[in-house]
Design a protein around this ligand. Structure first.
Ligand code: ADP
Ligand code: MG
Length: 703
């Protein structure tokens, strides 16, 4: 019988030859306990013996991998007392010295006669050739042409060749692997068979084979994850009764006709998609992604009105009070003049919108909650926090959740209990933080996704200039601020990000404010806004800026979300290098909101190559999705999945960054195999793997 992965997880590595208690403990430090763990401890890289550089062929400055034998190792002390390990190594062509600073243990590791792979850059020091602090792997006396190098082995006192030996034994004893992927999909996607893949990833015949093997095994990881997500999605759908909303009424057409503009094609598509969801028997569970200014609010209101049209209520939840207030203003403006009637108790009357936040006075609160319970209120706008309290709806039909960060599944679950008569309300989650497609498929894998990938027409693009820390370019930025203000427009100055604390941040903003008032922006009317100000002063500062009384607002990142002053056309971001891509993009979105041309100046030099890449990307594009892809490239997927999730998931080979096409294929296959939810019954091997290998599925669904 071919082996399944869950079976291999039942055997301890202690059953392999040469693994006693000491080795077992060392392996444990690499999180290897079972034979399956060992087989999924994949080589970090491979050394192709037929293709190695030789010492004699290298010149100073060359970077190469060398396969060499240790001739002599010694330690000496630098003048400051720090140990320097010097190791002479040789191949058939010559000799070279390896120099290690602050790694005294190297002397013990690299004993005479050891065969090692050395990766580093050749330099010359006082006329002698050497390689400083190279990456070194003990390869031992291996015979294969391609030598696998296992991760982190040396720090645990394990040799990479020892691991290779155990892996080979495990492979031999495992024999043939059962393959959960149907043959048709395998051939359609050009994926290798699993038995071959496990062998070739560890003991490859060629580097190409190692990559094909890797691709197959990475696909398996992604498929398990997607099957889990798609299965959860189907289960949620099957397990709950949704509301079949009325979608052919007159309210939505009147609403759309009342807008002072026509919808973009993307908005129309989004509204069609969410109305189709809402008409259906299952509760909607959709994510609406769209860059700042893409026009999500109209789509959200269309969902709420669809609910209202059938006599149900709608809820609009924002992450902060300020945003809830702003949404309330927008929603009221959008629905003004619209009426509902017939289907509910109150006859033909205007659509009623109420706002409920922590700031609502007690009396108003009592009145609003009472009329919410009778159904007199059609749309409630509030903060997320409200929904953890007991706000009673008469009949909640749909909720829109505007999120800054991820609105947790627990919170979404609370919403699901708020419908009338056991029916689950439809949920639309909106986010203005674009995340790459493949990441969305994972982070939001249990949702359907709509992307608003088109901005309303008539936006003037924002010109972004990174001054690169050059004095002249920075002076030009301040000149632009003065020119725009002189022309009657306004500007933001964003203070450097200070990590220490809110207090330090506020102090530095105040200092910046004073410096500018006496320097570059002398004579202009400046406002100051930071998180340490009392709420009343914050509001006063914002109001003065909105009314145009202050010409320049010097602020910390508190202006990142929700501030909307179309007359502001310039933003200067100080020490831009300290901010992340997403944050810079959000900040920049505060300008370019009116008809006038806008500018964003990024000041300060880059202090790291990553910083330079970030700032160049911002200069190049204003497309949030493109920037999100760049961010994923720079930072890797850990930041998207979160460190906790990354550590605990079963993605050992696959990367959301490198393997984007594979993620999409895996999702496609998962949809095909899971079908309407019952499909996995025909794929018991896959189902067992998903249940067994993804140990803690909860982590995926927590914010
Ligand atoms: P988002 O919430 O996606 O950041 P909003 O919904 O706040 O964007 O819309 C941004 C601005 O664009 C608003 O002032 C809105 O009135 C306007 N707007 C939305 N849709 C359109 C459209 N189709 N044509 C023109 N302007 C639009
Ligand atoms: Mg529905």
């Amino acid at each position: 019988m071919p082996r399944t992965l869950p079976q291999l997880r039942k055997y301890s590595v202690a059953e392999l030859r040469g693994i006693g208690p000491r080795k077992q403990e060392a392996l444990l430090a690499l999180e290897v306990q079972t034979v399956l763990d060992l087989l999924t401890l994949y080589p970090r890289r491979y050394i192709d013996r037929s293709n190695e550089a030789t010492i004699a062929s290298l010149r100073p400055g060359d970077q190469a991998t060398l396969l060499v034998t240790v001739k002599r190792a010694g330690v000496r002390r630098a003048r400051n007392g720090r140990p320097i390990v010097e190791v002479d190594v040789a191949d058939a062509s010559g000799r070279v010295r390896l120099t290690f600073f602050n790694q005294p243990w190297r002397a013990k590791q690299l004993q005479e006669g050891a065969e090692v792979a050395v990766f580093g850059k050749l330099d010359s020091f006082r006329g002698k050739l050497q390689i400083t602090n190279p990456v070194v792997d003990l390869v031992g006396d291996r015979t294969g042409r391609i030598v696998p190098i296992y991760p982190q082995s040396q720090t645990e006192g394990l040799m990479t060749w020892e691991i290779a030996g155990w892996v080979e034994e495990a492979l031999a004893r495992a024999g043939e692997f059962a393959d959960p992927l149907p043959r048709e999909w395998r051939s359609k996607l050009g994926l290798a068979d699993r038995t071959w893949a496990f062998r070739q990833v560890h003991v490859p015949d060629s580097v190409d084979d190692a990559y094909s093997a890797r691709r197959r095994l990475a696909f398996d990881e992604l498929l398990r994850l997607q099957v889990l997500l798609v299965r959860r999605k189907r289960m949620l759908e099957q397990a709950s009764v949704g509301i079949r909303h009325v979608v052919d009424g007159t309210l939505i057409p009147s609403f759309i006709a009342s807008l002072p503009y026509s919808l973009t094609a993307a908005q129309q598509r989004a509204i069609d998609e969410l109305m189709a969801d809402m008409a259906g028997p299952h509760p909607m569970h959709r994510l609406l992604q769209g860059d700042v200014g893409a026009g999500k609010t109209v789509c959200a209101v269309a969902a709420l009105l669809t609910s209202v049209q059938g006599g149900h209520q709608g809820a609009f939840l924002a992450p902060t009070e300020v945003l809830a207030e702003q949404h309330a203003v927008n929603v009221r403006a959008l629905v003004s003049g619209l009426t509902v009637g017939g289907a509910n108790l109150f006859g033909e009357r205007p659509v009623k919108v109420e706002l409920l936040t922590g700031r609502t006075a007690a009396g108003d609160r009592a009145r609003i909650t009472a009329s919410l319970a009778t159904g007199e209120v059609d749309i409630l706008v509030g903060t997320h926090a409200l929904f953890t309290e007991s706000v009673e709806f008469h009949d909640l039909g749909a909720a829109v959740v505007d999120e800054q960060h991820r609105f947790g599944v627990e919170q979404r679950d609370v919403l699901r209990t708020r419908g009338a008569g056991g029916a689950v309300p439809d949920v639309l989650v909106m986010t203005a933080t674009p995340i790459p497609r493949t990441a969305a498929m994972t982070v939001y894998g249990d949702l359907d996704v709509t992307v608003l990938d088109e901005l309303p027409p008539g936006r003037t693009p924002i010109s972004t200039v990174w001054a690169r820390g050059e004095d002249l370019a920075e002076q030009a930025a301040w000149q632009q601020v003065r020119d725009e203000v002189a022309a009657g427009r306004q500007a933001y100055v964003v203070c450097p990000l200070v990590e220490e604390s809110e207090r330090v941040q506020a102090k530095s903003a105040t200092a910046e404010f004073e410096r500018l008032a006496a320097g570059e922006l002398a004579g202009l009317s400046l406002g100051l806004l930071h998180g340490q100000l009392p709420a009343r002063e914050k509001e006063a500062a914002m109001d003065a800026f909105r009314r145009g009384e202050t010409q320049v607002l010097v602020a910390t990142t508190v202006i990142e979300v929700g501030v909307d002053v179309p007359n502001a056309t310039v933003m200067v971001i100080l020490d831009a290098d300290r901010f992340g891509i997403a944050q810079l993009h959000q900040l920049r979105g505060r300008v370019g909101r009116g008809a006038d041309r806008s500018w964003c100046y990024l000041l300060g030099a880059a202090t790291t190559p990553d910083g330079e890449e970030r700032l160049l990307a911002l200069e190049r594009t204003t497309d949030g999705f493109e920037l999100a892809e760049v961010d994923l490239d720079i930072r890797g997927e850990g930041t998207i999945l979160g460190a906790r999730q990354k550590g605990r998931n079963d993605l050992k080979l696959a990367s959301l960054r490198r393997d984007r096409p594979l993620v999409e294929r895996a999702r496609e296959v998962a949809f095909d195999l899971v079908g309407d939810g019952s499909g996995l019954a025909a794929h018991p091997l896959l189902e067992a793997e998903v249940d067994d290998l993804i140990v803690d599925e909860d982590y995926l669904f927590k914010s």
